[in-house]
Design a protein around this ligand. Structure first.
Ligand code: AMP
Length: 419
């Protein structure tokens, strides 16, 4: 029996990759406009980084990590997210001695051991950004504007940006106590997971899918109503920035997000769907993370976007039909094997001049070469027969209109490059 790919993974194969290239090139183009540098970190790290960086009360660390011992008996984990690695690299390479803020973006695979379903994989891809070194609320605003701009530039409709403030180490402990006091009387009605969360991180009970837990927590005190002056002021300025730049948003006081390191601003974007796999991306501030990982006390903020979900949403919204920015493609057919040298040289010359050119490599008959040209959606076909070898004038057939014109190599290049 043939071997299949591991459960929860998927291949990006055949024409599918074109969709990814469309998304990725838009992302890198925008990153240039906002002046971010790409960062590439390893896909595996010491397990300890995620225990400390992501937090041991999170689902990711609790049950979703791909952790193993390597041959040197070190505990290694395939990265489940990008922020901890970026923070680790920033500290390791003394980013704090460089000009601040540091602005990074990354694209790459992430690994989480969860139950696979549409929009949820064990290996998936994230695009993310991280900015380290600025506490300015206008940075939060700019990052939210950038995240929305990404989806808008890709043409995605029905976007919903939800924001919240999850407080900081000065207001969260007080709120945590209030919440625990409130939950105390309902403790025995909480699910076992939330009973565990009660001590360590009761805010996360807002994320529980269990209806009874939801009912209990829904009437509990909200962190947003209990912010310290600094967090409250910060949140007001973030909202002001969004209004100034015409970014539509909703406040979701119950959104806490899954990771432990968030402080102040937290956010999430969806596009017209509800439910568990509806989130296209999210992020927030992590003002304590760099210090937690052994660096100086520097604030940070970032987001991650799930690329499978972006591609899926764009398919559902029919956006790939319109975003066709590929170059014209020409198929150079040869009448018989005798013409093959001319065909090969012409294809080489066209490619040298920036034209996408293909020729027969299956020893097909002319009729079948045409069929092939159709199948690969060639925009043009040139047929090389005995006359062409002598005259160097080539018949160029437009496959959409059926029109055929005769031209020299120079003319061919001009037409095919669209200049
Ligand atoms: P998170 O790092 O959990 O905040 O997730 C950020 C984004 O990554 C989500 O909004 C999803 O779009 C995507 N994502 C997270 N987990 C998965 C997964 N298992 N499979 C596919 N996409 C995911």
């Amino acid at each position: 029996m043939a071997i299949k790919g591991p459960k929860g993974t998927h291949d990006i194969i055949f024409n599918e990759i074109n969709k990814w290239h469309i998304v990725e090139s838009k992302l890198t183009e925008l990153m240039q406009l906002y002046d971010y540098n790409e960062i590439r970190t390893p896909i595996f790290e010491s397990t300890e980084l995620f225990l400390r960086g992501v937090g041991d009360t999170t689902d990711i660390v609790d049950k979703e990590m791909y952790t193993f011992l390597d041959k040197g008996n070190r505990s290694i984990t395939l990265r489940p997210e990008g922020t901890a690695s970026v923070a680790r690299a920033f500290i390791e390479h003394s980013g704090f001695n460089e000009v601040l803020p540091s602005k990074f973006y990354y694209i790459g695979p992430m690994f989480r051991y969860s139950r696979p379903q549409t929009g949820r994989y064990r290996q998936f891809h994230q695009f993310g950004i991280e900015v380290i070194g600025s506490i300015n609320p206008y940075l939060d605003g700019e990052i939210l504007e950038l995240m929305m701009n990404i989806f808008i530039s890709l043409g995605i409709k029905n976007l919903k940006l939800e924001i919240n403030s999850v407080g900081c180490p000065s207001c969260r402990p007080l709120h945590k106590e209030k919440l625990k006091n409130y939950l105390k009387k309902n403790y025995s009605d909480l699910c076992p997971t939330c009973q565990g969360r009660y001590e360590k991180n009761p805010l996360r009970i807002f994320d529980c899918k269990n209806l009874q837990c939801q009912e209990i927590i829904n009437n509990g005190p909200l962190i947003t109503d209990n912010l310290c002056e600094e967090c409250d002021d910060h949140f007001k300025k973030v909202k002001y920035y969004l209004e100034m730049t015409n970014v539509e948003y909703l406040i979701n006081k119950k959104m806490v997000r899954g990771l432990d390191y968030y402080t102040k601003t937290a956010f999430e974007i969806t596009a017209g769907k509800e439910g568990a796999q509806s989130s296209l991306g999210g992020g927030g501030r992590y003002d304590g993370l760099i210090e937690e990982l052994g660096g100086p006390n520097l604030p940070g903020i970032g987001f991650a976007i799930g690329l499978e979900r972006v591609v899926l949403t764009m398919e559902e919204q029919g956006l790939f039909d319109k975003l066709d920015n590929k170059h014209d493609k020409v198929y150079v057919a040869n009448v018989s094997e005798n013409n093959i040298n001319t065909t090969i040289k012409l294809v080489q010359e066209l490619r040298k001049n920036g034209v996408v050119a293909i020729n027969d490599i299956m020893s097909r008959k002319l009729k079948n070469q045409f069929k092939y040209a159709n199948k690969i959606n060639a925009d043009y076909v040139i047929i090389i027969g005995d006359d062409e070898i002598v005259n160097h004038i080539y018949p160029l057939k437009n496959m959409n209109t059926g029109e055929q014109i005769y031209c020299s190599l120079d003319e061919l290049i001009k037409i095919l490059r669209g200049v």
